[in-house]
Write a protein that binds this ligand. Sequence first.
Ligand code: NAP
Ligand code: 3JN
Length: 338
Amino acid sequence: MKKYKVAVVGATGVVGNEMIKMLENRNFPVESVRFLASERSVGKTLKFKGQDIAVELLTHDGGKGMDVALFSAGGQTSKDFAPSFAKDGCFVIDNSSAWRMDDNCPLVVPEVNPQDLVKDKKIIANPNCSTIQMVVALKPLHDYAKIKRVIVSTYQSVSGAGSKGIADLEAQAKAYGKGEKMPEPKKFPYQIAFNLIPQIDVFDPNGYTKEEMKMTNETMKIMGDKNIAVSATCVRVPVFRAHSESVWIETEKPLSPEKAKELLSSAKGIELMDDVSKSIYPMPIQASDMQKTYVGRVRADISCKNGLTFWVVSDNLLKGAALNAVEIAEMLVAKGII
Ligand code: NAP
Ligand code: 3JN
């Protein structure tokens, strides 16, 4: 089997660490790896399959001789460096928002739009974590009943905000447990422990946050349908890992909960966990460190015709980021693109 030269850019970060684990765990055919980060990390080593790999400084030459690079070092770094990697023939799978809405860059969730991966588009964008798990669930329902409208509220874990987000919840929960003074938040605008914050990222003039508008715009692009209207409310919750979403859809064709459950249970990447008689539904604790998108609480909306509502949970660092990126790389291999 052919093996590939793989770079991980932002390897020392929360998402980068999960990318390394996914490459190992899914046995991606790796010939060699390079781990790249900022000057802060030069001199550190990271393990890959038991071997110590030195972290190198990210430079414009980083893609030379490499087949594929997984980027998770923030939008500006992606804007600055992805074009040089692509110019040197290296496919870039970028986790930031830098290229997502660029018409020349495919925005891909392999269960939804693998057809968008083509040989001559070398910068491929990985969608936002909240969008990914939602579109995985929407796709089989849309194919059957055509979705017109989506109203979604998210319950996003602190790991979505990187190591500083995790540190805020940890420090605040510890202080509470010890009866100490609550430490000042370092990442979030308010205390997150024992609280909810209905703001992720900054506000746009229309009153939605940038995170919410990512869900609207990215969903239309991935699903290839400009007519799907999405209204999102994104909320940060005191959970370490896995994002949850309450999703409401209106379809053109009638869609019963029974049919929706049948479609969801046979869809790729989804596990239906829906038996309310036994209180079975997905939760972030169970979805953490897991690779599937879990769906439950599927029911008909009692307030309108052709309305259906359900609950979706997935690990934001895996399907929401690292796993989706590695699955894109696997799809490039399967299609003979790399
Ligand atoms: P993080 O834990 O703070 O890690 C950031 C990583 O980027 C570190 O490896 C850091 O290297 C590296 N980095 C930062 N500036 C750099 C530069 N100028 N040159 C080279 N490397 C640089 O953050 P994270 O949670 O892993 O998130 C990283 C990025 O992934 C985010 O900014 C976002 O764009 C994307 N992300 C996407 C999703 C999604 O929804 N798909 C979810 C979360 C994050 P050092 O250790 O050397 O500083
Ligand atoms: O907050 C979350 O749960 C997801 C955060 C994602 C994120 C964080 C910082 C920058 C992104 C993203 O992937 O959209 C970005 C970005 O690249 O814009």
